[in-house]
Design a protein. Structure first.
Length: 437
């Protein structure tokens, strides 16, 4: 490769009915950026979903830098039952994206990531624009959706190669084919990865950290164990040192992306929290991926509060779902510990998975009222069957990702009628408004 050759890394648009920035960051792509740079390769990075991109002059956010994305309507609903739910693209305005591409030299290769499986339209839109500008440059796609639903992306003519596993040697082989040279630095597992390349962001408010990968449970609706079959945890001190680096870079809010952050609590998260408390870091921490209530203890609740955790999401299922998963959710005890530790009810989100086949409306309302009585905010999590999970079995393969989009699935699959869905959403708003009443 020549001295001015480079790899272009792109976090693509989201095209969906709804999208909201809850500390969303392309962590996998940021890791890859660091790996490439450690191999002395040039990188340019475009995060089309960065709400604090310098293009935007007046970004409106909530207290901890969550908020709405810039968006525009791009298409009608594909389902007659829900005509009002129109597709929008979220992210940097397209004309600005095109302007920036027009002044770039031709990249050696383009690395594109993916998120939710039903965000395929955003990936295709982004890749199509990139191909228009760089028709001879190969586009490689990785990320969550590419792993879970590679068939959808392999059909896209604008994608040259889909990486359908987390094996790093496949990526390194592709990079070598582009550069013609062996890579000197090839970390094999997440435990060996360098720090993500947060330097690409000019305006720094919120970042993300992953202290573990995989999960200790294998719920039939969840893809965590499919993406990461083995549950692995990082050394607590290495996590803490990463937090110190993020503090030096100027980030004030950090979200933990773990699926089981409280598993092995005494040997992992408690040690991280104790290091944070001893250091007197003033960062605000958030845990948006629902913690398992059985792992919440009096000790780790107090440590989370003392370390500056400002948001804790808790997982909860209705009775029928708990029976299917063959486990109980001691949410009462978990919320008791968290509230006693000092957490404000508004800081505690209780995710309730709804819209599953066989789930009764009555049990959903009963669970919502229970959460309200326990003084936590209700967050209805609308079920979306994920390719590769047990609950995806039986889904028509020809139905396509729009069918299992969580904004559509419950109604178009016949699991729930539209009036019931609106009734539950109204109940959610009513109970959350009355949380302090």
């Amino acid at each position: 490769m020549t001295a001015d050759s480079y790899f272009l890394l792109v976090n693509p648009y989201i095209v969906d009915v709804a999208a909201y920035d809850l500390w969303n960051r392309p962590l996998g792509l940021l890791y890859i950026s660091s790996i490439l740079k450690k191999n002395h390769l040039n990188v340019r990075f475009m995060d089309l979903m960065d709400r604090y991109d310098t293009y935007f002059n007046d970004v409106k956010s909530k207290e901890h830098f969550t908020g709405k994305y810039y968006s525009r309507i791009v298409g009608d609903s594909p389902f007659k039952q829900l005509p009002e739910r129109k597709f929008r693209y979220y992210g940097l305005p397209e004309d600005e994206f095109r302007r920036r591409l027009s002044i770039l030299p031709v990249p050696s290769a383009i690395l594109l990531t993916s998120g939710m499986t039903y965000w395929y339209r955003g990936v295709e839109k982004t890749a199509s624009i990139l191909k228009e500008h760089f028709p001879e440059t190969k586009i490689f796609l990785g990320g969550t959706a590419a792993n879970l639903d590679p068939d959808t992306y392999e059909k896209m003519s604008v994608i040259d190669r889909v990486f359908s596993s987390c094996r790093m040697d496949e990526l390194y082989g592709a990079i070598k084919a582009v550069t013609g040279d062996d890579l000197d630095y090839t970390p094999d597992t997440h435990l060996d990865f360098p720090l993500p390349d947060w330097n690409i962001y000019k305006i720094r408010h919120a970042a993300a950290v992953q202290a573990s990968w995989g999960c200790v449970h294998k719920c039939t609706y969840c893809a965590s164990s499919r993406l990461h079959p083995e549950f692995i945890q990082r050394d607590p001190r290495s996590v803490f040192e990463e937090l110190l680096e993020l503090d030096k870079l100027g980030f004030s809010d950090i979200a933990f992306y773990d699926d089981a952050i409280l598993a092995n609590s005494s040997g992992h998260i408690e040690k991280i929290l104790e290091l944070i408390i001893a250091s007197e870091l003033t960062i605000s921490f958030h845990i948006p991926n629902a913690v398992h209530p059985e792992f919440v203890s009096e000790k780790n609740a107090k440590l989370m509060y003392s370390a500056g955790v400002k948001t804790v999401a808790i997982g909860f299922d209705t009775e029928s779902v708990q029976k299917r998963q063959k486990k109980k959710y001691p949410v009462e005890k978990a919320l008791e510990y968290l509230l006693s530790a000092g957490f404000d009810p508004a800081a505690l989100w209780c995710y309730l998975l709804v819209g599953l086949p066989g789930q009764e409306t009555g049990e959903i309302i009963e669970a919502m009222e229970k959460i309200h009585r326990l003084k936590a905010r209700i967050r209805l999590a609308w079920f979306s069957p994920i390719p590769g999970t047990k609950d995806f079995e039986g889904i028509e393969k020809d139905a396509g990702p729009d069918y299992y989009n969580n904004s559509f699935y419950s109604v178009v699959s016949g699991t729930m009628d539209r009036n019931t869905q609106e009734q539950l959403k109204s109940k959610e708003r009513e109970l959350n408004r009355g949380l302090y009443a």
